[in-house]
Design a protein around this ligand. Structure first.
Ligand code: E4P
Length: 216
């Protein structure tokens, strides 16, 4: 399973990249706003800065909502850097935009997906990635991980190429559950990735080895 980091914070992206296990980055308008990135020029520059830090795919989300605007914006975003994947919401216009961008060999991430039906449309339109939001489903007492499992099964059954990118990952256990559910990618906060390292027996074992090494 690939690891993307879900942030627009350059320090966190560098930290995850330094760990050596990072496969890409996802951003969204809320994450960009959180970093205080404002204005078209600064937004574009920030995406290019992210691409310079990581080797993998970087999702850049369109801000428009109509088909015509989304494809124009998507083409401009894709032209910024070869690592850019255009993130498009799973609406009627969004699905049409995914289909168009795919025909132009521009890679897409179909986002704000909350059902198997939406994921089916995204795959049929040729999305590179589909982003079901695990945490936001959990927030409304619906099993987000179960949706990851259902979409992964459906894509495997019909041999769709679209990759399941589990989004809205909130904690380390979500990552483990995504592995079990068959996600291709999990996009996670840095803290959730670092949480995978935690094990008291590792700490205890290392402490013992260090103590014993002094007797060698
Ligand atoms: C990533 O692609 C999504 O935009 C993000 O994971 C949403 O996460 P949230 O539900 O924690 O805001």
């Amino acid at each position: 399973m690939k690891f993307f980091i879900d942030t627009a914070n350059l320090d966190q992206i560098k930290e995850a990249q330094d760990l050596g296990v990072l496969d890409g980055v996802t951003t969204n308008p809320s994450l960009m706003a959180k970093e205080g990135i404002k204005g078209k020029e600064n937004i574009d520059k920030h995406y290019v800065d992210i691409c310079k830090i990581v080797d993998g795919d970087v999702s850049a989300e369109v801000l428009s909502t109509t088909y015509e605007e989304m494809i124009a914006e998507g083409e401009k975003l894709a032209a910024l850097h070869p690592q850019i994947v255009v993130k498009v919401p799973c609406t009627k216009d969004g699905i049409k935009a995914v289909k168009y961008l795919n025909s132009k060999e521009i890679r897409t991430n179909c986002t704000l997906v909350f059902s198997v039906g939406q994921a089916l449309l995204a795959a049929k339109a040729g999305a590179t990635y589909v982003s079901p939001f695990v945490g936001r489903l959990d927030d409304i007492s619906t099993n987000g991980i179960e949706l990851i499992r259902q979409i992964s099964d459906m894509y495997n059954y019909y041999a769709f190429d679209t990759q399941v990118l589990a989004a809205s990952i909130r904690h380390t256990m979500h990552i483990i559950e995504c592995v079990e559910a068959g996600a291709d990618v999990a996009t996670c906060p840095l803290k959730a990735i670092e949480g995978l390292l935690n094990h008291p027996l590792t700490d205890k074992g290392l402490e013992q080895f260090i103590a014993d090494s002094k007797k060698m």
